[in-house]
Design a protein around this ligand. Structure first.
Ligand code: UD1
Ligand code: CA
Length: 453
């Protein structure tokens, strides 16, 4: 049967106490709804429809490039009403998987199990879970093992409140029946809402078979209503990321102090010290070592790269056996070839350091091209910005830039050239020559320091 995915995401999220709509709250730096959409994408659905309401424009703008149908639920009159507003976009045949924008971590496996139990339009499938404390949830009422209906907490009798099997809300239903049942829902219940859950009793009355499936773990069906639940699921998610990487061979000194906000691919023997944050897509080769308190965003590190503690790398491409840090900052456009050394308090932006080049301490290298084996002395600054335009500094191979140099771009320093310490280099330096551009030293004999009056 053709599959549709319907994601209910109109909730206001009052308890978040935030200007951001609830489904835009970030988990691992990605909106909750994006997690659900990414899962939905893996189910090969014919169409995905999001029911939106609160903060709708922001949500739609954020996902403008996704192939999603949108259904506006201007006023929230319950989960049944939320499905009603999307009915006109659902075909008459096929089945629909109902998900929630604030339930981010349901696994593809679990949903697959649920969907595949609906093989024809005479059955539907409910995802349920048994909880030690079921309070607050809709309860699954069974008779002789067969599901009869769902009763909401606020409508439940004392006996029904004892039921531990609860409705996760996630279900898969033939479209034919959604079109038949939803328009008939009533709101004569404790909350005055149109309950989606009321379709279960209607299914029983119509002789439709009700299958139940369970998630492998309870966190798969946990929804997020406040910042506490957001943090709890963030930890669950991060633990999973760490476990996946450890299974792939990574050494993680403390999985509780390791965060992935995106995707990572790793070679063998990659290790992470504590408090590492990986953002965007990072690709780490064999034997890469990341020290404590490092952040990496969209970086590619080749085999044997060592990043020492407290370094921040953003958009860097790094060659074999290069070492970086401690306290280094690589900004977008940084390309370090093999065997490069970038030491402490060195900032590199939009620059290439060719094989074996070294910048050991205290430098700003922006818009520069630094030749193989060249040595950049401590305190070297590329003056790449004149207040209006950016210019490049080009340094050849085997050059030696003395400490505390200002390289005033645009400027070219030839292969094998040397610049004297403390020079302000504003003119090109020919290959194999020495450039000195600083005040000449004067010594004054018997100099008397000023005395206090
Ligand atoms: C719902 C279920 C309950 C289940 C629980 C699981 C119903 C009637 N009850 O209860 O059986 O145990 O979820 O968490 O379905 N939403 C809309 N529009 C609305 C109302 C809700 O989009 O008009 C969305 C919300 O954004 C939220 C989800 O639907 O993502 C669930 O709504 P919520 O009000 O939290 O339902 P519960 O009362 O918790
Ligand atoms: Ca809820």
């Amino acid at each position: 049967m053709e599959l549709n995915v319907l994601i209910l995401a109109a909730g206001k999220g009052t308890r978040m106490k935030s200007i951001l709509p609830k489904v835009m709250q970030p988990l691992a730096a990605k909106p909750l709804l994006a997690h659900v959409l990414d899962t939905a994408k893996q189910l090969s659905a014919q169409r995905t429809i999001v029911v939106y309401g609160h903060g709708g424009e922001l949500v739609q703008t954020h996902f403008a490039n996704e192939a999603i149908g949108w259904a506006l639920q201007a006023e929230q009159k319950g989960t049944g009403h939320a499905v009603q507003v999307a009915l006109s976009q659902l075909p008459d045949t096929g089945k629909t998987l109902i998900l929630y924008g604030d339930v981010p971590l349901t696994s593809v496996d679990t949903l697959h199990k649920l969907m595949t139990s609906v093989v024809d339009d005479q059955s539907l499938a409910l995802l349920t879970v048994t909880l030690a404390n079921p309070s607050g949830y809709g309860r699954i009422v069974r008779e002789a093992g067969a599901v009869q209906r769902i009763v909401e907490q606020k409508d439940a009798s004392e006996a029904e409140k004892q039921i531990a099997e609860i409705n996760t809300g996630i279900m898969c239903v033939p479209n034919k029946y959604l079109h038949r049942w939803l328009p008939t829902l009533k709101n004569n219940n404790a909350q005055g809402e149109y309950y989606l859950t009321d379709i279960i009793a209607l299914a029983v009355a119509d002789g439709v078979t009700i299958h139940t499936q369970h998630p492998a773990s309870a966190w798969e069906v946990e929804g997020i209503n406040d910042k506490l639940q957001l943090a709890t699921l963030e930890r669950v998610y991060q633990r999973l990321q760490a476990e996946n990487l450890m299974r792939a061979g990574a050494t993680i000194i403390d999985p509780a102090r390791f965060d992935v906000r995106g995707t990572v691919t790793i070679g063998m023997d990659v290790s992470f010290d504590i408090n590492v944050i990986l953002e965007g897509h990072n690709q780490l080769g064999n034997g890469v070592q990341i020290g404590a308190n490092c952040m990496l965003k969209n970086c590619t590190l080749a085999d044997g790269v060592i990043v020492k503690a407290n370094s921040i790398l953003d958009g860097a491409e790094v060659g074999n056996n290069t070492d970086i840090g401690p306290f280094a900052r690589l900004r977008p456009g940084t390309k370090l070839a093999a065997n490069v050394h970038v030491g402490n308090f060195v900032e590199v932006k939009n620059s290439t350091l060719h094989e074996g080049a070294k910048a050991g301490h205290l430098s700003y290298l922006g818009d520069a091209d630094i030749g193989a084996r060249s040595n950049i002395g401590a305190g070297t600054i590329t003056c790449n910005y004149d207040g209006a335009n950016k210019s490049r500094t080009v340094i050849g191979a085997d050059a030696f830039i003395g400490s505390n140099a200002s390289l005033i771009a645009p400027v070219t320093i030839g292969d094998g050239a040397t610049t004297g310490a403390g020079s302000a280099i504003s003119k090109d330096v020919p290959p194999n020559s020495l450039a000195v551009a600083r005040g000449v030293q004067r010594n004054i004999d018997g100099w008397q320091r000023p005395q206090k009056a």
